[in-house]
Design a protein around this ligand. Sequence first.
Ligand code: PEP
Ligand code: MN
Length: 337
Amino acid sequence: MVIVLKPGTSKENVERVENMVRARGLDVHTIIGEDLTIIGCIGDTVRIDPRLFEVDKSVEKVMHVQEPYKLVNRAFHPEDTIVDVSGVKVGGSHLALIAGPCSVESEEQVIGIAKAAKAAGANMLRGGAFKPRTSPYSFQGLGLEGLEMLCRAKEETGLPIVTELMSPEYLDIFDEKVDLIQIGARNMQNFDLLKQLGKTKRPILLKRGLNATYEEWLMSAEYIMASGNPNVILCERGVRTFESFTRNTLDLQAIPVVRKKSHLPIIVDPSHAGGKWWLVDPMAKAAIAAGADGLMIEVHNNPECALCDGGQSLKPEKYEKLLKDVFQIAEILGKTA
Ligand code: PEP
Ligand code: MN
């Protein structure tokens, strides 16, 4: 349930209505926007009669929110949320351009790619240190050593770093060192992990699960917000379909749907969607044209020899060429990096 207050409601009256809500055993989440003040009521609102609040002198209207996600819901927060990743803004008119290798392989590799990606226009560096691999015999990532290499690349380039957290065991160290903590598709519904993320205020990049519905995905974001971390960015990375030619099917409709349902920024990862490097360019442009708040793209200086996902990685020159087009499309939509 959402209570919209009359324009110009005083602070005292906002607090008074908040207390009325609390007295019904609910939590409040108040958003004071430029035009509207909205009190989001969180908890079991099914048996609460909205007329209790509708008659109040400060209340404009009361709306029942049908969806099970509340904090994530645009009804609770009509304006776009802008997430600040160590100074790089994401959402609204700000684009996130995240690039880097699937996995950190060596310090030399990640620093070289970071420099090339930055020169092309990227504003964040990705690189997996802990890798969720389908086979236990595949390269599992360099772990904490890989994280240190990413930190060195950050020192060299100033780019904030994005890397995947698979276990709460490393949350403290990620909190200290990582600018944007990625939760991968396979962990989207690892609810114990999601609940732990409230222990940090570091922004979280929540990838869509392999076959997650929009509602399941937004409920996972709700877990993170409800645990106390409001800094969530969503990432569409393709879903499983009957098609086997591509790795996954990029769901471009997710962008307008999520933007309608939620105030959180949404970016797109075309690399893991198509699984083929030549699909990255057209799908990245389509994603920006459809309103995405950014892109996460795998870039590798030597894809033929990459330890992971070489076939879907762009060489730095191709990435640079792509970003030139992306900047033009984004400009039409009033967005800049
Ligand atoms: C990744 O970004 O490296 C990755 C493993 O992605 P996903 O979780 O989307 O498969
Ligand atoms: Mn990858």
